[in-house]
Design a protein around this ligand. Structure first.
Ligand code: COA
Length: 270
């Protein structure tokens, strides 16, 4: 029996700052839960803070997948596509509510980790912080954007409003590219978003091989200046998940998540 409310009309989002899992416990859990590939990556980090981020993120993924499927954390087999997108192995004996039809995506940045989980559709997620060091790289980021996005940003006076719009566009673009499984292999100028001023996506121009109405986009700000975007695929009959459940912290107990209603509008912003 799955430990959370599963369902094809629900998006589960698990948000966990690194402090949500203390260092000693994280190291212990990682020792038991992570597979050889994950241990190998963890060993390669030069900086301890990057290793810690990786361990928290991957313990979170395994815990969430276990809650969602009932498969014990250490027993979930995670494969990766040729482009590096992780997915859960589905066994022929899989029971309902298990790994079959489940899609997940992970993002981790500057002490924050998010995992999105859906059923019978694809999802992509990205988390970024609107802090000073992020802003320093913005000129380079904007160069990769579509012409209409660059033109839009040029209309905003340099400063915090433009920085926020830049990061909103970046997280949306990453979330979409990750939902497609292409990551940075998808040219970021081949598709574009038109943002509503305060919140929300007004329109989406997809790349040549996709359609706009296949996706809805969700923006959240679970901590001030921590922006999370999701790209969620519509179901095979065009249906949109009605609810997003936002879980905060490492999922030890059964603290109820916040509920965010979703609609068929292109985007929601919370
Ligand atoms: C996916 C990608 C956009 C990540 O961007 P990022 O902002 O630096 O990182 P995020 O924290 O948001 O996401 C990283 C996570 O996304 C997932 N991911 C990796 N590749 C992915 C892909 N192609 N699509 C979707 N998700 C992917 C992984 O879980 C990864 O975390 P992990 O490395 O700790 O397992 C970027 O790494 C990329 O483009 N990778 C693909 C590279 C590629 O084509 N490789 C092919 C040869 S191996």
């Amino acid at each position: 029996m799955s430990g959370t409310r599963a369902g094809r009309d629900i998006v589960q989002l698990w948000f966990c700052p690194n402090e949500g899992l203390d260092e000693a416990t994280g190291t212990l859990l990682a020792g038991h839960w992570l597979d050889e590939h994950e241990h190998e990556i963890a060993r390669r980090f030069l900086f301890e803070r990057d290793r810690r981020q990786y361990l928290v993120a991957h313990c979170l993924v395994r815990r969430v997948l276990s809650l969602e499927t009932g498969i014990p954390e250490a027993e979930a087999t995670i494969w990766r596509t040729s482009r590096g997108r992780p997915y859960l192995q589905v066994l022929p004996t899989e029971r309902p509510g298990g790994a079959a039809g489940l899609d997940f995506n992970l993002s981790h940045s500057r002490g924050y980790n998010v995992v999105a989980v859906v059923r019978d559709r694809r999802v992509g997620v990205d988390v970024e912080c609107l802090d000073r060091s992020a802003v320093r790289g913005f000129e380079l980021i904007v160069e990769s954007f579509a012409p209409e996005e660059r033109a839009y940003l040029a209309t905003i006076e340099a400063g915090s409003r433009r920085d926020r719009a830049t990061l909103r566009l970046w997280t949306l673009k990453e979330a979409y590219a990750k939902a497609r499984g292409l990551g940075l292999g998808l040219p970021f100028d081949s598709f574009s978003f038109e943002l509503d001023d305060g919140q929300g996506v007004r329109s989406f121009r997809p790349p040549a091989d996709d359609t706009a109405d296949r996706w809805i986009f969700v923006e959240l700000e679970p901590r001030p200046k921590v922006l999370v975007s999701l790209a969620v695929e519509r179901g095979s009959e065009g249906d949109v998940p009605g609810l997003l459940l936002l879980h905060d912290g490492f999922p030890w107990g059964r603290t109820p998540p916040s509920e965010v209603a979703l609609s068929a509008r292109t985007s929601e912003y919370v």
